[in-house]
Design a protein around this ligand. Structure first.
Ligand SMILES: Nc1ncnc2c1ncn2[C@@H]1O[C@H](COP(=O)(O)OP(=O)(O)OP(=O)(O)O)[C@@H](O)[C@H]1O
Ligand SMILES: [Mg+2]
Length: 459
């Protein structure tokens, strides 16, 4: 396949393979950009009716655009090969990150939150993913989560059969049907919702269940339902109560267990109705972990949230205009009504103080960023020059990218004035470059174990 051109996509490199086909990196020669091209297994596309439904599903999936969803660009058929073209993601899958133990609690919650927000957008348009698992979520080098394969699971749909029959033989029948459909479905059953395992259609709440499993796996390193065979795993999904994450790993927050527990309820009606509700709880949990406070403070967080939203709701130009209008009104009032200037001194001073508070907001937010980022393990130094922040790390690990970038995103959202700040995470500085950075102005944090060498004098 390498070197071949399908339609106007030139195949360049094998990326991997899974249950539905083989994935390549290709170049869209018309637009000159890299894409991921998934060539589907012939047995999946042999049935014309199923293929037609798949193309329909791809059409609606392509309409979902969100930063946390890998965009579907195109579907096509060339020389009997059916392929799907999607956004090429440069990064690693969650499975890979879990195996390398690269995720910490906050990073895991941040990824789950990003995915829940993307999924929430799809759910609002009544689109269900059906195959959420740690292989189908990637994290880019910048720490952004990307959900893959939207709409593809439709290919695995069972041929329509009378639902009553499925109820009679929930487990074995589903398994037999699934096995005959796709040989490699075994890898996927661990993330199935109970209703999918029983052969019932998937809903938004099924995606919530599967995302709950991914979150469980990220924070514990283990899958909640495991059996020796696919049948055992599916039996466990349908009947077994899950071991709480707080028992599997000590020191995990009770609120995390509550959220995962709610995702993993057997009855879809007892779960979060869709990913948007899950995202709301994850957002609060993230704040709780970041600030180290307890759940009883959630009300305080809500007020803070509301204030933050209020502050960022009015665009910058609107604010400047409003300020100018207020000043103008005051001046006109003073002139027309012949008001004594001295009574304005108090409000004027107050106004100036408020203005100063707002102006210094960026500095305060940056200071807060530095004190939070300094606590991340592996951070050696932080330098701020203008709007550019450089974080020097021992080793550029996914959890550092995820956490630092989510902090910068939050910071930029809270800014009133000026440009947004940008972040560079560096693990590639030479000794000399690092020492130079330590001596330059703008250095805001240096870890205790870093030694500042005296500059070498030119001979
Ligand atoms: N859009 C993409 N950009 C970059 N790499 C990708 C992309 N899609 C898939 N990959 C890579 O290809 C590998 C195989 O993906 P594939 O979707 O075929 O397998 P899977 O997710 O394990 O199974 P399934 O077929 O059930 O989705 C992934 O693990 C990932 O490394
Ligand atoms: Mg996949």
């Amino acid at each position: 396949m390498i070197g071949k051109t399908l339609s106007h996509y030139k195949v360049e490199e094998l990326l991997g393979s899974g249950g539905m086909g083989v994935v390549y990196r290709a170049v869209d020669v018309r637009l000159g950009r890299s894409v991921a091209l998934k060539v589907l297994k012939p047995e999946l596309t042999a049935n014309a009716d199923r293929l037609r439904r798949f193309f329909q599903e791809a059409q609606s999936a392509a309409k979902v655009t969100h930063p946390a969803i890998a965009q579907i660009y195109d579907v096509g058929e060339t020389d009997g090969m059916v392929f799907i073209v999607m956004e090429f993601i440069e990064g690693q899958t969650i499975r890979w990150l879990i195996m390398r133990q690269e995720l910490d609690l906050l990073g895991s919650v941040e990824i789950a939150l990003q995915v829940a927000e993307g999924l929430g957008q799809a759910h609002r348009s009544n689109i269900v993913h059906r195959d959420i698992k740690s292989d189908n979520i990637m994290v880019t080098k910048e720490g952004h989560a990307k959900l893959l394969d939207f709409g593809l699971a439709k290919l695995l749909d069972q041929p329509a059969g009378p639902p009553a029959e499925k109820k009679e033989l929930p487990i074995s029948q589903t398994l037999t049907m699934t096995q005959t459909m796709v040989g490699t479905v075994l890898g996927t059953v661990a993330y199935m919702s109970p209703e999918q395992a029983r052969g019932h259609p998937a809903s938004q709440a099924s995606d919530v269940f599967s995302l709950g499993i991914v979150l469980y796996e990220m924070v514990t390193g283990e899958l909640p339902f495991r059996g020796e065979s696919a049948l055992d795993t599916m039996h466990s999904i349908v009947f077994d109560e899950v071991r709480p994450v707080t028992i599997v790993r000590k020191n995990l927050p009770a609120e995390l267990q509550r959220i995962i527990g709610r995702c993993l309820r057997k009855n879809p009606r007892d779960r979060y109705a869709d990913a948007n509700f899950l995202a709301e709880d994850l957002k609060r949990l993230k704040k709780e972990i970041e600030s180290g406070t307890q759940s009883s403070l959630f009300r305080g967080h809500r007020i803070q949230d509301f204030l933050d939203r209020l502050k960022t709701a009015v665009p910058l130009q609107g604010k400047s205009l409003a300020l100018a209008a207020v000043v103008l009104v005051i001046v006109v009032l003073v002139l027309i009504m012949n008001i004594n200037w001295s009574i304005l001194i108090g409000p004027l001073i107050l106004g100036l103080l408020i203005y100063r508070y707002i102006r210094h907001r960026k500095r305060r937010l940056l200071n807060r960023f530095v004190s939070k980022a300094a606590k991340i393990q592996g951070v050696k130094a932080i330098a701020i020059r203008g709007d550019d922040i450089t974080v020097v790390v021992e080793k550029a690990q996914a959890n550092i990218y995820i956490r630092a970038n989510s902090m910068i995103d939050a910071l930029n959202k809270k800014l009133y004035f000026g440009h947004p700040v940008t972040l560079a995470i560096r693990d590639d500085l030479t000794r000399e470059e690092f020492q130079r950075l330590l001596r330059e102005p703008g250095i805001s944090f240096v870890s205790n174990d870093v030694i500042l060498e005296s500059p070498e004098k030119p001979a």
